[in-house]
Design a protein around this ligand. Structure first.
Ligand SMILES: Nc1ncnc2c1ncn2[C@@H]1O[C@H](COP(=O)(O)OP(=O)(O)O)[C@@H](O)[C@H]1O
Ligand SMILES: [Mg+2]
Length: 495
């Protein structure tokens, strides 16, 4: 196997199976050395990044790779019920260590689970596990003893005693209590022990555990809106206002204390919050239009309130202030969109980060040919449905990369880095190999795929000499004006 990081000569390998694919996602990006260098700085120093360039050159790949180069998120964000003012829930941030302690505390208040047979007989009977008539054990949900067929009634169920128990048992309603409190004498002292129903088992709690549990229950209820374990890469491309900034859901009962869902439970985080301690990736940033200014605010403040964004909804009166959103912004756009980026946002990125112009070609050198081979191996591995490529097939793909650099970017002796499209070509060649039942992608498959993958415009030009004459040939007599006005307006698009 050949490790591409050390560089290799294409003559050293037979097929793409000989190439080791790097595990570091940044090393899988080929031909964008400057962008990768800056991406590493951004991850290390927590800087923002604007990637400028045409589609399919690796912008999304780099953004995602940055998120994997960051330390794991260490904080969980919660929205906590505010008893003084339920419509102003509070924010709480817990770090990993605090979360671990909380979990431990909960565990210590959990008590011990025992089998009903291990409990004192009167406890097992009171809780409904044991039949007081025949002594058989069954679930408290079963109101009739499965062995003797008698109603399983709690002994002396005051004040109605057996009668009430029998009636409810007849209706299939279990009337057993959830818990029984007993006292035992230990070392001459009275000690309280509580037995609780816990499914098939009985839970035993002592005084200390009960105390802990009361403490935990006293704590205010909360909702985790950004969990500790989360994806550090958040996509906000084409996000709506609520997707970007969060929302408070509507409640038809308007937070009515009994019927409604309390406000804190209806709070939904936005992409800016979910990207806390991670990467917020906004492809085609200019498509966000006006929303760009909210991103600017979020970047400056590192927190953003969540409020109900639909004024018609009961959520509109709810607001959570100061929800943390400390993310690295990776934005991307085409060159022609640059003027439409909100200028204070752009100066913010430049002031606290970097702008990178993506390369569209790289020089055709032996080293870069090896990188192309690595790219081909990666695309094949990622697809998973196509076979490896022979060396001749790799050379044919490189040839096509050369041709595209010349045709699209007018660069001689170069290889195209518009690699999404070239990936499509590799998959098409792979499909042909599969259809022909062959074990490798060969040169002939690549050549055929090149033919198929040509944009229709190129095919039309080849057949009709030019796009215009192709267009005319498509219009039959019946479609001549005034009937084909829609074709007319379409045609103008090509001129
Ligand atoms: N520089 C590159 N190195 C390796 N593969 C690439 C590169 N650029 C694009 N690709 C391939 O094309 C696909 C799309 O790339 P992407 O990062 O989404 O491009 P962009 O975000 O610039 O439109 C990637 O998943 C990868 O398969
Ligand atoms: Mg992309």
């Amino acid at each position: 196997m050949i490790d591409p990081r050390k560089g290799f000569d294409l003559r050293d390998i037979e097929t793409t199976a000989d190439i080791v694919i790097p595990t570091d996602p940044l090393e899988r990006v080929i031909g964008q050395d400057e962008a990768i260098y800056i991406a590493k700085i951004a991850a290390m120093q927590h800087r923002n990044l604007l990637l400028v360039g045409p589609p399919g050159t690796g912008k999304s790949m780099i953004a995602q790779a940055i998120s994997l180069h960051l330390p794991r998120p260490s904080e969980e964000i919660r929205v906590v019920h505010n008893p003084q003012n339920p419509e102003r829930p509070l924010v709480e941030v817990r770090n990993a260590e605090e979360l671990r302690k909380e979990e431990e505390e909960l565990k210590s208040a959990e008590g011990i689970l025992i089998d009903p047979q291990e409990a004192p007989i009167h406890v097992a009977e009171k809780l409904g596990y044991r039949c007081s008539k025949c002594g058989a054990y069954s679930s408290p949900e079963e109101t009739v003893c499965p062995r003797c067929g008698q109603p399983k009634t709690p002994p002396a169920n005051a004040p109605f005693g057996d009668i009430f128990g029998s009636i409810s048992a007849a209706f299939g309603i279990s009337s057993y209590p959830q818990r029984v409190t007993t006292t035992v004498i230990e070392n001459g002292e009275d000690k309280i022990i509580v037995y609780e129903r816990a499914g098939d088992k009985i839970r035993v709690l002592d005084e200390k555990m009960m105390e802990k549990r009361r403490e935990i229950e006293k704590k205010k209820p909360y909702k985790v809106i950004v969990p500790l374990k989360r994806n550090p890469f958040v996509l906000a491309t084409g996000a709506s206002e609520t997707e970007l900034l969060g929302d408070v859901r509507h409640d038809p009962y308007g937070g009515h204390p009994q019927l409604g869902t309390p406000p804190y439970k209806r709070v939904v985080p936005g992409a800016v919050h979910e990207a806390h301690q991670g990467v917020l990736f906004v492809d085609e940033i200019t498509h966000l239009g006006d929303l760009q200014r909210y991103i600017l605010t979020a970047l400056q403040e590192k927190k953003f309130p969540i409020s109900g964004r639909n004024s018609q909804s009961a959520g509109a009166s709810v607001r959570v202030d100061d929800v943390p959103c400390d993310f690295i912004l990776v934005a991307a756009c085409n060159i022609q969109d640059l003027p439409h980026i909100l200028s204070p946002l752009r100066s913010r990125i430049m002031g606290d980060g970097y702008e990178v112009l993506m390369k569209t070609t790289m020089p055709d050198t032996p080293k870069n040919r090896a990188k192309y081979a690595q790219f081909i191996a990666q695309e094949i591995a990622m697809d998973g449905r196509i076979p490896h490529a022979s060396r001749e097939a790799m050379l044919a793909i490189i040839e096509e990369g050369r041709r595209r650099a010349k045709v699209i970017d007018n660069e001689a002796n170069a290889l195209t880095l518009r690699l999404r499209d070239l990936g499509g070509l590799i998959r098409a060649a792979g499909d042909l190999a599969v259809m022909n039942g062959e074990k490798l992608i060969e040169k002939k498959h690549v050549e055929k795929a090149v033919e198929i993958a040509r944009p229709v415009e190129e095919k039309i030009e080849k057949k009709y000499g030019s796009l215009e004459s192709g267009l005319m040939s498509d219009v039959s007599k019946s479609q001549k004006p005034p009937y084909n006005y829609w074709n007319e307006s379409d045609a103008s698009g090509y001129q």
